[in-house]
Design a protein around this ligand. Structure first.
Ligand SMILES: CC[C@H](C(=O)O)C(=O)SCCNC(=O)CCNC(=O)[C@H](O)C(C)(C)COP(=O)(O)OP(=O)(O)OC[C@H]1O[C@@H](n2cnc3c(N)ncnc32)[C@H](O)[C@@H]1OP(=O)(O)O
Ligand SMILES: [Co+2]
Length: 139
C-alpha cells in the first residue's frame, strides 16, 4: 500500500451547527463550507478547511445512519475516521482484502464526489480508515 495524501479527519457530532461554532470561534477556522446532506451515506456533512487538511464534520441523517452507534457510545462525538487518498481505488481495495482486512462494502461515491471505501477499525489498530480516490488532477 503506498500511503497517499491525508484528505480529511472525520469528526462525528450530534450537531453540525454547534460544531461549526466550535471550529469557527474556538479553533479559528477560516473556511467553513455549507453543510449538505448525503442521504446515500446516512450523514449530513460540513467541511472545515485547515491549513493543510480538512475536518469533515458528520451528523447522523436518518434512522439507519452508520454513526448512530458511535454517538451512542460517544455522546459528544469526536474523531470518527481518517481518510487517505489513493490513485486507484480498486487496486487499493484489492490490496486491503489481500492483507486480510475487512473492507466495508463496495466502493461508492463519497462526500468529495469520488469513489471511497472503509476498512474496519478492528483491523486497523482501532482506527476506522477511509480510502478515497484522488480527485481528478490532484495525483
Ligand atoms: C462516505 C461519506 C463521507 C466521506 O468522507 O465521503 C464519510 O466519511 S461518512 C462516514 C460515516 N460512514 C461510515 O462510517 C461508514 C463505515 N462505517 C461502518 O460501517 C460502521 O460505522 C462500523 C462497521 C465501522 C461500525 O458500526 P457500528 O458502530 O454500528 O458497529 P459496532 O458497534 O458493532 O462496532 C464494532 C466495533 O467497532 C468499534 N467502532 C465503531 N465505530 C468506530 C470508529 N469510528 N472508530 C473506532 N472504532 C469504532 C465499536 O466501538 C466496536 O468495538 P467494540 O470493542 O466491539 O465495542
Ligand atoms: Co470521510
Amino acid at each position: 500500500m503506498k500511503l497517499g495524501r491525508l484528505n480529511h479527519v472525520g469528526v462525528a457530532t450530534p450537531s453540525i451547527e454547534a460544531s461549526v461554532a466550535h471550529w469557527r470561534d474556538v479553533m479559528g477556522a477560516t473556511k467553513i463550507h455549507e453543510p449538505f446532506d448525503l442521504p446515500a451515506q446516512g450523514v449530513k456533512v460540513c467541511f472545515v478547511d485547515t491549513p493543510n487538511a480538512q475536518i469533515e464534520l458528520i451528523e447522523p441523517l436518518g434512522a439507519d445512519s452508520p454513526i448512530h452507534g458511535f454517538l451512542a457510545k460517544n455522546p459528544l462525538g469526536g474523531q470518527h475516521h481518517i481518510c487517505f487518498e489513493v490513485p486507484d481505488i480498486h487496486a487499493a481495495r484489492d490490496e486491503f482484502i489481500a492483507l486480510g482486512k475487512r473492507v466495508l462494502g463496495e466502493p461508492r461515491i463519497g462526500a468529495h464526489g469520488t469513489l471511497i471505501f472503509f476498512v474496519h477499525p478492528k483491523d486497523m489498530g482501532g482506527m476506522l480508515t477511509e480510502i478515497m480516490e484522488t480527485p481528478n488532477g490532484n495525483h
